[in-house]
Each structure stands twice: as C-alpha cells, then as structure tokens.
Design a protein around this ligand. Structure first.
Ligand code: ATP
Ligand code: MN
Length: 462
C-alpha cells in the first residue's frame, strides 16, 4: 500500500473512493466524542486538510484521543465520500503516532498574527498563510525557469563572492577571513586585504549583472536566479538583507526589448500562479487582499503603461497630492511617488524610463540629450518597484568618462571594459526581486513573509 499525498487525493478523489491508502502528516485539530475521534490532518502538499474518523474500536483509541495539534501521524484507512463540506474523508483502520507535540506547540488552532509567526519561523510553514506563500513561491520559481528556457535563455550562475560593488551603492557585506581584532595592517594602518583570503577586499554580491553581461555576450541571452545581499540599513516592509533576484541579460537588445520582456515575464508569472495555485490564490483573495484575483486576471490581459521619468514628474506635480518628499526633476522617485503612479494614477503596472543620469548607475546607456539614461523601473500596485533595469553603455569612451564622473577606477573594471572592446554590442537587462514578485502575486504586505527565513537588520535567526 502506498502513501498518497493529500493534494493527489483531492485532485482525483474518484481514483481513491472505497480504497485503502496511507496518508502521513501533522494534526491540525482533534475533536473527540464518546465513540469516535475526528482528526484533521495536513501534509504540506496542498492547502487542503484531510478529515479522518477514528472509531473507538481501534486498539490505541485512548492514545489517539490524547493526541494534540502538531502531532505527526501515519494514517491508514478507507477513503469515502463525506457528508460534510469536504468531498471526501478517511475512515481510519490504523492511526500511528509518529511524533508527539507538546501542549505549548506554537501553532494552535486559534488565528495567529503574521508578526507572531515570524518569531516561530521554524514552524510557520505549517500555517495556512505561510504554507500557501511557500507553495506559490515554488511555483513562481518553476515558472521563471520555464519562461526563460522557452525563450532560449540560458540559466547562468554568477559569483556570490565578488570584488566589485556593482551598484556602487556601498550596501555591502564584507567577506573576510582576517582576524577581526588584530588584522594585519598596511602602511597606512588600515587592514591589509592583500593578506586576506582572496588577496583583495571581497564582498557578497549585490547583483550578478556585470558577470551576466559577460555571459550574455557569449551565449546571447542568459538569466541568473540567485541570492543577493545588501546591507540595507532600513527597516522597510520591502527590503531584505538577503533576497533572490532574477537577472536576464540579452545581447543585441535595447531598452524597449527589456520593457516588453519584463511585461511578458510578469504576466507569465501571474498566469502560472492562477493556473497552478488556484486554491492558494483563492485563499489570498479572501484572507489577505480583497480583489487580488480580479487584479491579477486584469493585469495578465492588459498592456503595461509606459511613461518617461520626465513625464512622471509632471504627473506627480499636477496631481495636487502632498508628498513627504518634494517632487523635483533630478531627484529619485520615492516609494510614495512610485505608489501614487501605479496605484492611483494608472491603477496598473507602469514602466518608467529614461531617468536622470546622476541618480542611476555608471553602466547605463546615456541618451543623446546628455542628461538621461536608458533605465527603467517597473512599478506595480501594492508593492512599488519590482524591477530595475537598463540598456548598458556599450560605447567604451562614454563608459570610461562615466566611470570617472562616478569616481570609479578603470583598473578595477578592466574585464568589464574589455567587453566593449572585444566585439561589443548593444545589450540590456534587468533585475526582478523575487520576494517582491511573491508579494505582488500573493498580496502579502510584508516582504518578511515572502521568504522562509528573512534576514534584516538585527535579525539572522533560524
Ligand atoms: P529600491 O529602490 O526598492 O531599494 P533598488 O533601486 O535598490 O530598489 P535595484 O538595484 O534596481 O533596486 O534591484 C533590482 C530589484 O531588486 C528591485 O527592483 C527590487 O525588486 C529588488 N530589490 C532591491 N533591493 C532589495 C532588497 N533589499 N530586498 C528585496 N528586494 C530588493
Ligand atoms: Mn535599494
């Protein structure tokens, strides 16, 4: 007799009616009456619980009635149509206790807050909300690989330890084996990183883009999907210190190609989630964000709005809204501005392009106006920025000048500059924050609920 997953049971109940099977999982709740015990079990395969009737005739009936929420059990029994709300239930032939759980097991039946669940991240994957998020997260990862694979992109792995600060933003975690207290000193009295493990200062990558460019100029089109580290010093609901990023990079492509790719990719993710996770999406629609399903269904069939940064500034100025941060050409868009554009003005995903060069990275292609660069941010309702991308500067001389303007040393980027000398070509790419996509599609409001074990300032628990 084989073990059946509850997901399988509910997707093809007719296959199992009147048959004896084995199910293994964790007790969600238990109700005892004189002659039978009513057990609700979940095995993690699906949002759905299985109801089990265990009669007093079972040899260990007194043990069964003494079980509590959280117990691990192995159940053997016959599947029968149910009189209740569920299409089926199990009549137990045997109930084996596999693992016990104490009375103070943290996930009791009463509703718990997401804040509380973060403190018990080691078991919160058994709660309805988080298990649903984790399943959707899995499916979005599968969708990502499928999407890029179908379009001829190669999945590429870029280094996690790096000597370059791609964004130049300085939000870096150092990687070092030098002793913290008595590191060898150079002649200026600073730690001598020449004596460090790699013979140079190294950090965890904030992006895999620079290496992805090298690979795109070899394989044509690549994407990365890996962990990314930023020592963000802010406690926002949209930033993690460790998050996952998907970075496609394409040779012989420009910013318009990236805007199309980004819209196609987001729609693909939405379609996939609606198709593969209907129960989970229904749950989020009901319990986490009213109207989520309508919104997702609408977005997958509508085109993304496009606006230049300069136009966006005009829209914000004319809006008559009072913002905490002033709206001024040249200043970066703040979250409140981004959310106004996508949530109130367009009420749809919007792609903002052509930002002032001063607020963007050195590698972004300069426009002929000399003031803006071919950058784009994709903004979505409920989250704000979900994607940042650009066409890359492929003119060697312009790139060198821009690096100088930003105070970057050519010798630190020698190989990156080579890419402009060794058959350089127009190329472009973007980065999508995976947890932000999970937030968008599940409706969860805090990024710490979109990843199993979140890392943020002051917390590396679990
Ligand atoms: P933000 O303005 O929100 O800080 P950013 O401009 O720093 O974003 P990029 O450097 O363009 O972001 O990174 C690409 C994508 O990675 C972003 O659009 C976002 O989805 C995601 N991202 C960036 N920083 C974080 C973070 N700390 N935690 C989670 N996701 C992030
Ligand atoms: Mn940032």
């Amino acid at each position: 007799m084989r073990r059946v997953l509850i997901k399988e049971l509910f997707s093809t109940p007719e296959k199992f009616f009147e048959k004896e099977i084995i199910v293994k999982g964790w007790v969600r709740s238990l109700r005892n009456s004189k002659s039978f015990s009513f057990i609700v079990v979940n095995d993690g395969s699906s949002f759905k619980d299985l109801q089990i009737i265990a009669g007093e005739g079972l040899s260990n009936y007194s043990e069964i009635t003494a079980m509590r929420t959280g117990f691990a059990v192995s159940l053997k029994g016959k599947i029968v149509p149910s009189q209740g709300k569920q299409p089926l239930e199990m009549q137990a032939v045997s109930v084996e206790i596999v693992g016990e759980a104490p009375e103070d097991y943290p996930l009791q039946k009463k509703a718990t807050s997401l804040e509380f669940l973060r403190e018990v991240a080691h078991v919160r994957g058994r709660s309805n909300t988080i298990s649903n998020v984790l399943r959707v997260r899995h499916h979005l990862a599968m969708a990502t690989h499928q999407f890029f694979h179908e379009r001829g992109f190669f999945y590429a792995h870029t280094p996690i330890i790096t000597a370059s600060d791609c964004e130049g933003a300085g939000e870096l975690f150092r990687v070092s084996t030098l002793p913290v207290n008595d590191a060898p000193k150079d002649d200026k009295g600073a730690p001598d990183f020449k004596k460090d493990y790699f013979g140079t200062e190294t950090f965890l990558a904030v992006s895999g883009q620079l290496e992805a460019e090298a690979l795109a100029l070899s394989l044509g089109a690549v994407y990365t999907f890996g962990p990314t580290f930023r020592s963000e010093n802010s406690h926002t609901s949209r930033h993690l210190a460790e998050f996952w990023m998907i970075e496609p990079e394409v040779a012989f492509a420009d910013l318009d190609d990236m805007a199309d790719l980004a819209a196609d990719y987001i729609k693909y993710l939405i379609n996939w989630a609606l198709e593969k996770c209907p129960d989970e999406i229904d749950f989020f629609n009901l319990r986490i964000q009213k109207g989520l399903k309508d919104t997702l269904e609408h977005v997958r069939s509508s085109s993304f709005q496009r606006v230049t940064y300069t136009e966006a500034i005009e829209i914000l100025k004319k809006s008559g809204k009072k913002f905490d941060f002033p709206v001024e050409w040249g200043a970066d868009l703040q979250t409140e501005h981004e959310r106004f554009l996508t949530e109130e003005h367009y009420k749809a995903p919007v792609i903002v392009t052509d930002y002032p060069k001063e607020i963007k990275s050195f590698y972004m292609k300069e426009n002929s106006d000399g003031k803006t660069v071919r950058a784009m941010d994709v903004l979505v309702p409920g989250v704000g920025e979900i994607i940042g991308g650009s066409q890359r500067e492929d003119d060697l001389e312009v790139l060198k000048r821009k690096m100088k303007e930003k105070g970057l040393k050519e010798e630190d980027y020698w190989w990156y500059l080579d890419l402009r000398r060794f058959g350089g070509c127009p190329h472009a790419g973007f980065g999508l924050g995976f947890e932000r996509a999970v937030m968008y599609i599940t409706g969860v409001q805090n990024i710490r609920d979109a990843i199993p074990f979140p890392r943020f300032p002051g917390n590396a628990n679990f």
